[in-house]
Design a protein around this ligand. Structure first.
Ligand code: 13P
Length: 254
């Protein structure tokens, strides 16, 4: 059985006090209200990761993730954070290739392949994001485009390395827009991506890889999205900033 995961991507939101309030609420609600096997990943701005860790019970169902890491091991890269630094403070996951990083920071598929390598070399699980723009979606050739994003940044990995990969399909037209993909659209793409993994790595790897959906997933629509056979959870933006909404999304992931 592959893992079910709900990850909250806080993006560039919250002050220190707001972040500590949110994590303590989420920790309490998850403890009291959530049953089942879902792994919860909190991805705050990296400046808050160490402080957040004090609120998150060790060995529990909540893990910490970063929103990015640099591809190089160390050195003169002012402003950047390495995978080894994240690992050294107890971070387990790192979001890589988010469309906002591709768009605003010009991250390329080749650079993302290096970031994936850096993350894996330091024991971090990449949550690798892929997804098409509205323009591409309307043109109709988007499935091939998203497959290619995966091919270029991930298919150099060995099957053993690929066992540590989580994929997040996030159609750009659905991010922060309130326009979520329908559950059928999400299922169709997730199945196509799983078949793509199977074509390169075989069925076992494909069946064991969690594929999360992201893009305006919220307390209202999460249950239907997560009920699809190839949707293994979500990467949640806006709805992860409110503890009640985020907990409802987690509970929807059965
Ligand atoms: P929203 O849930 O706010 O649409 O954001 C999705 C996302 O980009 C998560 O990484």
């Amino acid at each position: 059985m592959r893992k079910r995961i709900v990850a909250g991507n806080w993006k560039m939101n919250k002050t220190y006090e707001e972040a500590m309030a949110l994590v303590s609420e989420v920790v309490n609600m998850v403890k009291d209200e959530v049953v089942g096997e879902t792994e919860v990943v909190l991805c705050p701005p990296s400046v808050f990761l160490t402080s957040l860790k004090q609120y998150v019970p060790a060995g529990g169902r909540i893990a910490l993730g970063a929103q990015n890491c640099h591809e190089k091991a160390s050195g003169a890269y002012t402003g950047e954070v390495s995978a080894a630094m994240l690992q050294s403070i107890g971070v387990q996951y790192v979001i890589l290739g988010h469309s906002e990083r591709r768009q605003y920071f010009n991250e390329t598929t080749a650079q993302l392949a290096e970031k994936v390598n850096a993350a894996l070399a330091n024991g971090l699980t990449p949550i690798f994001c892929c997804g098409e723009s509205l323009e591409m979606h309307e043109r109709g050739d988007y499935v091939g485009f998203v497959k290619e994003q995966i091919t270029q940044s991930l298919f150099h990995l060995s099957p053993e390395q690929f066992a540590s990969i989580v994929i997040a399909y996030e159609p750009i037209w659905a991010i922060g827009t309130g326009l979520t993909a329908s559950s059928q659209q999400a299922q169709d793409m997730h199945l196509a991506l799983r078949q793509h993994l199977a074509s390169h790595y075989g069925d076992e790897v494909a069946q064991n890889t969690p594929i999360l959906y992201g893009g305006s997933a919220n307390a209202q629509n999460a249950a239907e999205l997560f009920a699809q056979p190839d949707v293994d959870g979500g990467l949640i933006g806006g709805a992860s900033l409110k503890s009640r909404d985020f907990t409802t999304v987690i509970k929807a992931n059965k």
